[in-house]
Design a protein around this ligand. Structure first.
Ligand SMILES: NC(=O)c1ccc[n+]([C@@H]2O[C@H](COP(=O)([O-])OP(=O)(O)OC[C@H]3O[C@@H](n4cnc5c(N)ncnc54)[C@H](O)[C@@H]3O)[C@@H](O)[C@H]2O)c1
Length: 256
């Protein structure tokens, strides 16, 4: 075990962060880079990931513009991590989409397919591709998925479909933890409450934002950076015996 610091064991390691141009993803990519890890930043727009990578501490980081809803690109993406970062030790999968519908009768099949397609289907296949690579490397690994308070509450502000995808993430994370445990690959979910990012504000009624804030014992909406420490910790040498967990980072909005 190396020294006690939140990113212990990550120096020189290959880390893939998806949704890296998003609010929380940027903070997670920056936190990993500050540990000395090499980051493959993945998001849909090339300029956005280039900008994220340009701002990262240290060197050897890579930007990849990929639509993860297209499963046919996953194997090549994992291969890029192995080739260009020198291996894939961590996958932090944050990429997700939210389409709110105030009236449940307005939810379309396309709304369902779009959200489940990115949030759950792509998450499963990318985790599996990463798991396969980690097994081949033979050094264990870390997979960190992203749920949401919605996995537990069913969601607020017209987000039933999104919440269903996040419920799936929790079950999937547990199943993958069972599957990959024998290979010393841990799989855990991070579950935020409200976080100040573009996704949260997508069509959210101000009164729902306020009500949730009031019901949060800490009394404020998290900054993206407040999620990053948990992700880095789960990837570090200090979290070797944690797997299948859903870590609630909601300022006390939920308590479990
Ligand atoms: N912000 C919150 O309050 C909140 C609360 C609970 C959970 N979360 C979860 O945290 C994670 C990060 O959310 P955020 O708030 O930073 O959201 P965000 O919208 O700021 O970032 C999400 C990123 O994922 C990317 N993305 C979407 N579809 C993609 C695809 N098909 N391929 C590649 N990239 C894609 C987007 O371009 C975006 O940059 C998500 O999993 C989200 O569900 C956020």
């Amino acid at each position: 075990m190396s020294a006690w610091s939140v990113g212990a064991g990550l120096e020189g390691r290959g880390v893939m962060v998806t949704g890296a141009a998003g609010g929380i993803g940027r903070a997670v990519a920056a936190a990993f880079a500050s540990t000395g890890a090499r980051v493959l930043a993945v998001d849909v727009r090339q300029e956005a990931v280039d900008e994220v990578v340009a701002g990262l501490e240290g060197g050897g980081h890579v930007a990849a513009a990929v639509d993860l809803a297209d499963l046919s690109g996953h194997a090549a993406l994992v291969q890029r991590a192995r080739d260009e970062l020198g291996g894939l030790h961590v996958l932090a999968n944050l990429a997700a989409v939210l389409r709110r519908a105030a009236d449940i009768d307005a939810v379309t099949e396309d709304d369902w397919d779009f959200q489940l397609g990115v949030n759950l289907k792509a998450a499963f296949f990318l985790c599996r591709a990463a798991g396969r690579a980690m097994i081949a490397q033979g050094e264990g690994g870390r997979i960190i998925t992203f749920a949401s308070q919605g996995w537990w509450t069913g969601g607020f502000g017209g987000s039933v479909v999104y919440a269903a995808s996040k419920g799936g993430i929790v079950s999937m994370t547990r199943g993958l933890a069972r599957t990959y445990g024998p290979h010393r690959i841990t799989v855990n979910a991070v579950s935020p409450g409200q976080v100040e990012t573009p996704m949260l504000m997508t069509g959210l009624a101000p009164e729902i934002y306020e009500r949730m804030r009031e019901q949060t014992p800490l009394g404020y909406v998290a900054a993206p950076e407040e999620l990053a420490g948990t992700v880095v910790f789960l990837a570090s040498q200090h979290a070797t015996y944690i797997t299948g967990a859903t870590i609630n980072v909601s300022g006390g909005f939920l308590m479990y």
